[in-house]
Ligand binder design. Sequence first.
Ligand code: SAH
Ligand code: F3S
Length: 475
Amino acid sequence: MAELTADGAEGADDAKAEGARQKVHIRTFGCQMNELDSGKMLRLLEGRGYESTDEPESADVILINTCSVREKPEQKVRSLLGRFKPLKDTNQDLILGLCGCYAQQEGGGLLRRFPFVDLVMGPDAIPRLPGLVMDVQEGRSRQLATEQLDRQDYPFTNDLVFRDDHKVTAFVTIQKGCDSFCSFCIVPTTRGREVSRPASEVVEEVRRLAGEGVAEVTLLGQNVNSYGLKRSGEPPFDELIGLVAEVDGIQRIRFTTSNPWDLRPGLVDRFRTEPKLCSYFHLPVQSGSDSMLARMRRRHTRAEYLDLVQALREARPDIALSTDILVGFPGETEEEHSETLTLLSEVGYDFIYSFNYSPRPHTPASRNQPDNIPKEVKQRRLREVQDLQATITRERMLAWEGKTAEVLVEGPSRKDPTWLSGRIGQNWIVNFPGSPRQVGETIAVRIERVLSNTFQGAVATRDTEGAGSALRVLN
Ligand code: SAH
Ligand code: F3S
């Protein structure tokens, strides 16, 4: 990223003098949902003649799409604003906006704390972004847009924004919000009530994406397993997958994220019957201890979770599993912690995401359960979780050596443009020598080397395909 220089500022003025398009710079934190939201914000502004820039110093609009689920969002926001404020001092017309979950959580407080910020908006206000920017530009004061649209006719149609970035993979929103209210989680507050997007809209968007060359879609929701259940006339999630699979050109389907307790047998069956469904499941568990799960308001037990894992593996023996682990939740005893460790060994996840608990405002835990696990204890437990998982992950990865798997080529490798990069169904990234013409193709690749978190391979030939590959993995 270019540093701020006087030249950069002058360059921006020159560009404007020539009547160049206005520029927007977007910084994104957080989950895939935020990434997708940032993409939508960009498309909406592109529709008004803006173009994207990686250089904040040449931007007319800077948007920070914030996340508040963990860690210290205020610090991140402060540090970025500290960087962008001098730009505002030299360019009075620069519009600075805070968007996303932290903006939703703090609302007008951010406008008070940061008097140079022009716009604070939550996720539900995204469709209004061009109008809000215009309002600021036309001098109609600073804008606050944090009202939530908690209604069944939530305007998902705004997701139907034309994409032209030639990507092979795409995210598709199928649901907004979450009604689960796990006691540690701020998402139901920041993203509001759960609403499922009508299946017809989802399929229409997938069709358009396929028409633009997208071969793999990831269906996104906070709890996809409850998709359609609260909206009469809509199919349940597993049937939605069936509808998406019928779209010509779609070769692979992924989804995230799932609540274990809403996982229906129909979805397990899809892994048996639907070859387009990738052999990968992210199934957040948080803890391996029943008492912990109850305190977290997760509505399942360890045994029920293990039953689901077994059912998924029976339905799709080569399925890769990942999870989220939350360490140091209030009251966590050594014994409860050790149950999480034994769960990791028992399941044998391919990889995990693990976090130290931090209280989030407006959550049941922050009100009722004091954050009483000392920081050093949390750190040590997190290290134990991560060290154990590193060993398991390594074993799981090494098991791929010599096997052949189908790779959907997503683009040239970042490090070497004469190599290609793509993923196997199990979500591992594979890099291998190839030509840019092969982007978008699904190629059988023999996995030859296991690096720290990716594989290196070579296009499989008749000879290598047979050799050493007991298993020819589809998707
Ligand atoms: N269903 C959502 C969950 C969002 S939160 C999804 O799409 O993934 C993602 C993960 O962040 C959770 O699974 C949990 O492990 C972690 N997390 C949530 N609240 C947290 C908190 N207060 N402190 C630390 N980690 C948290
Ligand atoms: Fe959060 Fe639990 Fe929903 S983790 S997003 S409240 S399923």
